[in-house]
Design a protein around this ligand. Structure first.
Ligand code: COA
Length: 255
């Protein structure tokens, strides 16, 4: 879809939310579309890392509030809407490869949920963050709230939620909401994504599952065992040992 762009080069997929005139506010169709896109990228063996960013000045000003009257009006619609948000953000968090957000400008509400669903947040120094659910009488979703708690801790999460105040990149860095601030987040995020894409995909997939599911309270030991055993049985495990013995860099294939 035109509102979601995707380009793949050198094993890194760059996903761009593309409604710059609306500060990349997410429509219902975009929540569903981003979930489907991340499921496809997860299944694509050529993709070793993913970046998420916004077109124009901003990352995303969150859910498209203009749509709410038509599609998030009553409780049933609100439930269906939150399912779409969770599907989109859940697919980002569940993708078994590193996902790096490059944020700039506004990153608010649902935009913050998208950024928090990524493994890392590289931010422009001009970025402005916030979760204004308490200015709309909305309870921010369970998944997004848990991600916030795991990033910044209980008291800061409450401050962000109760106050609905915006905060800048320096504050976001000091609380752990973002983990890198610079004047060129895209370039820095790309360097980082390329570096990660050299490492063993099955190691990263296993680590991501254990860490993310533990943080979200969805950890299943059988799934962890499956991923650990898949790595132990992989050709990449043999390649890693051979490369070590031959004193050369390993060439991993993710199998
Ligand atoms: N949903 C729908 N449209 C949005 C939007 C959102 N979340 N955020 C911005 N837009 C639209 C504006 O309506 C405006 O459209 P228009 O030109 O047709 O009027 C356009 O994007 C530019 O935004 P504007 O408000 O004119 O820019 P600004 O610099 O004055 O303010 C924000 C920027 C982000 C502070 C302000 O738009 C805002 O508060 N947005 C809502 C943020 C929010 O509550 N997000 C949480 C949603 S869950």
């Amino acid at each position: 879809m035109d509102e979601l762009l995707c380009e793949i080069a050198n094993g890194v997929a760059v996903v761009t939310m593309n409604r710059p005139a609306q500060r990349n506010a997410m429509t219902l169709a975009m929540w569903r579309g981003i979930g489907e896109l991340f499921e496809k990228l997860d299944a694509d063996r050529c993709v070793r890392a993913i970046m998420l960013t916004g077109a124009g000045e901003d990352f995303s000003a969150g859910a498209d509030i203009g749509e709410f009257g038509a599609i998030r009006d009553d409780t049933a619609q609100a439930v269906a809407y939150e399912e779409a948000v969770d599907f989109g953000c859940g697919a980002i968090a569940a993708a078994g490869k590193p996902v790096v957000a490059a944020t700039k400008g506004y990153c608010l509400g649902g935009g913050a949920h998208l950024a928090m669903s990524c493994d890392f947040r590289f931010s422009h120094a001009n970025a402005v963050f916030g979760i204004p659910a308490a200015r709309l009488s909305i309870v921010y979703g369970v998944q997004g709230t848990r991600k916030l708690l795991s990033l910044v801790g209980l008291t800061e999460a409450k401050r962000i939620m109760y106050s609905a105040e915006r905060f800048d990149a320096a504050h976001a860095l000091s609380t752990g909401f973002v983990d890198h601030v610079s004047g060129q987040p895209m370039a820095d995020a790309m360097d980082f994504a390329l570096k990660l894409s050299d490492n063993a995909p099955l190691s990263i997939r296993g680590a991501k599952y254990i860490l993310t599911s533990s943080a979200l309270g969805t950890f299943d030991p059988r799934e962890a065992d499956r991923l650990i055993n898949a790595a132990s049985a992989s050709a990449d495990y043999r390649e890693g040992r051979e490369a070590f013995a031959e004193k050369r860099p390993p060439r991993f294939k993710g199998e």
